[in-house]
Design a protein around this ligand. Sequence first.
Ligand SMILES: Nc1ncnc2c1ncn2[C@@H]1O[C@H](COP(=O)(O)OP(=O)(O)OP(=O)(O)O)[C@@H](O)[C@H]1O
Ligand SMILES: [Mg+2]
Length: 394
Amino acid sequence: MEDSETDAALLLLELRRGGYDTIFERVATPEAMDVALGNRAWDIVISDYVMPQFGGLAALKLMQESGLDLPFIIVSGKIGEDTAVEAMKAGAHDYILKGTLSRLVPAIQRELREAVIRRERKAADEELQKAHAELRKAHTELEIRVEERTAELARANKELQAEIAERKRAEQLREEYVALISHDLRNPLTSLIGYTQLLNRLLDRKGLAAEAATAESMLTSASRMKSMIEDLVESAHLESGTLEMHREPTDVRQLISDIAVRVGSIEDRARIRVECPDCVPHVAVDPERIERVVVNLVTNALKYSPPDRPVVTRVARSGNEALVSIIDQGRGISAEHLPFLFQRFYRAQTGTTTDGLGLGLYIARMLVEAHAGRIWVESELGKGSAFHITLPLA
Ligand SMILES: Nc1ncnc2c1ncn2[C@@H]1O[C@H](COP(=O)(O)OP(=O)(O)OP(=O)(O)O)[C@@H](O)[C@H]1O
Ligand SMILES: [Mg+2]
């Protein structure tokens, strides 16, 4: 910015002497400066301080507003100290009196260096800003994801709570059913059995053999029904984990002999043999539960073997356990069914149309295992079956 061509020539001369091969434009009005700034990428602006239509401060402002950060050096004929300070405060980088132009080249060199540093710092700043912005963005994204995940967890938790509540309700319902069956169904059945026994004896005493036999089969059916109810109640207890065991030293041989005179029909009982080769010590069991097990196994043996074949119940000692075996001479079970026999509601198609729930062996297994015992079967088609259980000695 220089209105005097002579002064501008002097400046150029000084610059050439300092080793600069200069490309320059001299302007003297704001409009011209505006155009010139846009013309190319300049290294430096040198400006007079007082010009007729323009001043050094106005030129500085114009350059700053154009967004450029070029070294701005004021070269003036006369400039007071106050003016100089004002110019520096406004952002000028140096001021030089026209009388001391020898200072110009070193000042330019210094300011060019500074400008490079400023540019580098600006670039680094921008980089930092960018990194900050990215970090902020990542942070926001993370927050959103955490919020989403939290909402998801809350939803899942709510569903789980609802499910637990639902299950508890179902559990309660089942317990109510069990209570209903065990009281409202078992009790009348027990008295029905009692009266049928009475009737049976009366008819027998009166010599009405045919009628007594009818009463006898009524009794068998009622007992069978009672047994099925016991199985249902027991399996409900087993599943809900509400089975209460009352273990006591029990004479297992006696227990089996007692069952043998109660189970099934008269004809059935006649088929049962209880064998006890050696004296077996007492076992530590809940007698009612083991009775269920043996009743289920003996009932099966009677049910799934011909009426003219015996069912053997054998008790023996095996180490520190008692081994109870129920052996029949029925048609046996084919190998494909064996792995599933002790599962709930599993019934092998053994050719008989005998009724049943498929619960007997499942309950037997659960009860034996609850005593830390084992249950297994040996069976071959056409040769009969042997079911074994072990029980801990007392
Ligand atoms: N001694 C046996 N001989 C041949 N098959 C047997 C014998 N014991 C059990 N099974 C087979 O195993 C199946 C399962 O027996 P389980 O006692 O569990 O049920 P179920 O006798 O059919 O019915 P319930 O619940 O009334 O006892 C039977 O359906 C039968 O096919
Ligand atoms: Mg059965």
